[in-house]
Each structure stands twice: as C-alpha cells, then as structure tokens.
Design a protein around this ligand. Structure first.
Ligand SMILES: Nc1ncnc2c1ncn2[C@@H]1O[C@H](COP(=O)(O)OP(=O)(O)OP(=O)(O)O)[C@@H](O)[C@H]1O
Length: 412
C-alpha cells in the first residue's frame, strides 16, 4: 500500500538532527574569503605591481611560487577582483582573466578559452592555432584596455611545449590599443628551468614567493572560517589546534587544514553528534590520508602496482626493510604468473623511487659493504586497503599461498 504520510520520508530521520554547520560551502576550496590573514605582504606586492594597469600602463609580468595550499590562487584572485572593482569605479578598462592550466592545457584551448571570455565564438578544435591567436589579438585590440591573464598551475602548460608562453609573452608587440600582462602561478619551484631563456626572463620580471603557513597562522585562518561555517559552540576547544598541527606537518597547507575542519564535522554529523571532538579530527586525518593514497595507487600504471604488490607480499611473508633485489625477485615471480613484460631491475628500481616520492613507500639508501649500495624499502601505506585498490586492476589477483623465492645473487 502506498504511504502518503509526508512525515514518513526517507530523509525525515536525517533531517531531524539539526545540522552543526551554518554554511559548509565556506570550507570548500571554491570559496574565496574577502580577507586573507597572513598574506598582506604578498597581496600588497601584487597590488603594487598591478596598480599601473589602472593608469593605463602595462604591469610587469609576475611569477608566483609556493607550495600547495599556501594561498596563491586565493590571493591572486582576490587582488584581481579588487582591481576590476577599482577599474569600474575609475571608468578605466581593466579585465582579469583566469585560466587553470591543469584543465586547459594546450595552446589552442587556452587561447580559444581567452577569446571566448570576450564573446568570440571559436570552436573547440578545427581552426589552425595561428588563426585563433590572431582572432584573440584582434578582439582585445578593438578597444583600449589592460588585460591581466592569470595562468594558474602554469607548469602544466609547458609539459606540452612552451610555445603558448612564448607567444603570450610577446603579444604586446602586435597590439596597438590594448596591453596584456601575465601572472603565472606554480607550486613547482623548478619549472622555469625548462623554459626558453627568453620566456623565462619575460615571465619572471617580478617574482613573489608564498611561504608555507606555520601552525599558528593556520589556526588564525581556521578560526576565521570556522566562525562562518559552524554554529556557535559546536567545536570542542581542541579541534582547531589539532587541525592546525596536522596541516602544519603537511608543509603548512591551508587547504588540508580546511578539509580537516570540514571532514571532522561531517564525521561528527554522521554519528548524530552535536559537538565535533578531537577524535573526529583524528579520524578525519586518517580518512583524508587514506583517500589520497587510494587515489594515487588507483592511478598508478600496472607495472608500478606490481612493484608495490611485491613489497606488500614480502611484508606479508615476514620480510621488513626489504632490498630492491628482494623486491625484484618477487616482481619477476609475479610478472611470470600474470603474463606481463618483465622490466629490468634498473627500471623496477626507478619505479620504487617514484613510489617513494609519492609517499607510498619509504626507501632509504644503505651501504652493503662489498656488495655496494641498495635501498631498504618499507611500506608507508596500510596493507589491506592498498590491496583492495590494487585488486581493482584486473591483472592483479590475490595470491593466498604465495611464497617469495629469494635467490642469493639478487639480494641487492
Ligand atoms: N591566508 C588565507 N586565509 C584564508 N584562507 C586561505 C588563506 N590561504 C589559503 N586559504 C584557503 O586555503 C585553500 C587553498 O588555497 P589556494 O587554493 O589559494 O592555495 P594554492 O597555493 O593556490 O594551492 P595550489 O598550488 O595547490 O593551487 C583555499 O580554500 C583558500 O581559500
């Protein structure tokens, strides 16, 4: 029989619990607060360089560096927004265009996207790139204006060649009326090493560094957000200090701190609790770390998964701090079993180094006397949840009675 009682709905029970959040949105990365604590110096430097745009001059190009979560995007967008606001008040024409190069990563798509922001109808593909560039230049040069183009994650762009950066850095030579200046944002401090020296010097006319936050600074950032995000009195006293401490260990990453603050609340809410406690933060830290690792492992190529599986099988058979030689032994046994190309030991050692860099393994170089040097490798991830992700790859299967065969010649 159909139940028409409006109170008997799947969501009723859930809605009965009053939410501890006032606005969860302000804890999401897409939200840019109006005030950014501990970034006055960087914001002022940016504004000092960009003010020339309001006078109709071309501001210097700027490169912004800093590790992930240090507020580069938030500060740059904030300054861009203020600049546009001021320009409207002054009746000058300044526009700030934002492109995330992780998403828009080819010259064609980038310039087409810029042109579309001016209402030009350019197809996603099909035109010669030169034509798109010419159209873009014609469009912006049709009136006197200063454009600031923010290229966030600019390092992703040069993976496909630096033509677009070269062309953009020289664009003012072809313009009569408008002026363009570029802000490149990157968390890869070394990316300019790969640039054409002309592009490098043009883009890096000014450089601004965003240092990591310390625990106290992160705590200020969290207090500001918590006030907007949570209802009064729902955060236990230890919640913000603990989120700050965890995020400070993570090279002062404000994004991680905000994620922790949000996930802690979500976990408390899932238990129908009206207060977020210290243990919710600890569980949130574990959950976020686990989710990160799972995502990294999931996207590894099968050969890397096989190297990782080899380390796990050694661990399960009682081996700790295993050597690259031991891993290679097991790797070979496994690849024969599952009919895959067998890589050389050197290549597998490279894969192990990559897994080390990703934080999945911990490999320490040790000397073995006359046998030379090897790496002692340990797992940095929980065995069972990692195995679950590995077995999502149809080529890898659980091996219940697997016994590693370690031959003496390959113990290094
Ligand atoms: N000083 C600050 N005050 C308030 N919120 C901040 C501050 N710095 C960073 N945040 C917040 O932290 C999160 C990450 O910041 P942002 O995206 O600007 O970092 P980023 O340095 O650009 O990182 P990535 O290099 O990974 O893109 C955002 O939600 C942002 O609003």
């Amino acid at each position: 029989m159909k139940n028409d009682d409006p109170l008997d709905n799947l969501f009723d029970k859930l809605l009965e619990n009053e939410s501890i959040f006032k606005s969860k949105e302000v804890l999401r990365p897409s939200y840019t607060p109006e005030f950014l604590p501990h970034r006055d110096r960087q914001i002022n430097s940016l504004a000092t360089i960009l003010v020339s745009a309001l006078r109709g001059d071309t501001p210097s190009n700027i490169l912004i560096y800093g590790k992930t979560g240090t507020g580069k995007t938030a500060a740059t967008r904030h300054v861009g927004f203020e600049l546009e606001k001021k320009s409207e008040n002054l009746n000058t024409f300044c526009s700030v265009l934002y492109i995330n190069c992780e998403i828009i990563d080819t010259q064609y798509r980038l310039v087409a996207n810029l042109a579309r922001q001016f209402g030009e109808d350019i197809p996603m593909t099909g035109w010669p790139t030169d034509q798109v560039f010419t159209k873009f230049k014609e469009t912006i040069d049709s009136k006197q204006q200063v454009l600031i183009i923010i290229l966030d994650e600019v390092d992703k762009l040069i993976k496909k060649g630096d033509d677009v950066l070269y062309n953009l850095s020289r664009i003012n030579e072809d313009l009569k009326n408008s002026k363009v200046s570029i802000i490149g944002v990157s968390n890869d401090l070394k990316f300019t090493e790969f640039l054409d020296p002309r592009v490098k010097s043009s883009l890096g006319e000014e450089e601004i560094v965003f240092p990591p936050y310390d625990a106290e600074q992160i705590s200020d950032i969290l207090h500001q957000r918590a006030e907007m995000a949570y209802k009064e009195g729902v955060l236990d006293d230890m919640v913000i200090p603990l989120c700050s401490a965890f995020a400070a260990q993570e090279h002062g990453d404000a994004r991680r701190a905000l994620d922790l603050l949000r996930v802690s609340g979500e976990l408390a809410e899932r238990e129908s609790k009206q207060v977020v406690e210290e243990r919710h933060v600890r569980n949130a830290q574990e959950k976020i770390e686990n989710d990160r690792i799972v995502e990294v492992v999931r996207t590894l190529p099968t050969q890397s998964k096989l190297a990782l599986y080899s380390v796990i099988l050694l661990r399960k058979n009682g081996y700790v701090n295993v050597t690259t030689g031991e891993v290679y032994n097991v790797y070979r046994q496994l690849s024969q079993n599952i009919d895959m190309d067998i890589l050389t030991q050197r290549r597998v050692t490279d894969l192990i180094s990559e897994l080390d860099m990703l934080g999945i393994l911990n490999a320490v170089v040790v000397s073995k006397g006359r046998y030379g040097r090897t790496k002692e490798i340990d797992l940095s991830v929980p065995v069972e949840s990692t195995l679950e992700v590995l077995f999502e790859d149809y080529k890898l299967k659980p091996l219940e009675n697997f016994k590693p065969v370690i031959t003496s010649q390959t113990h290094l």
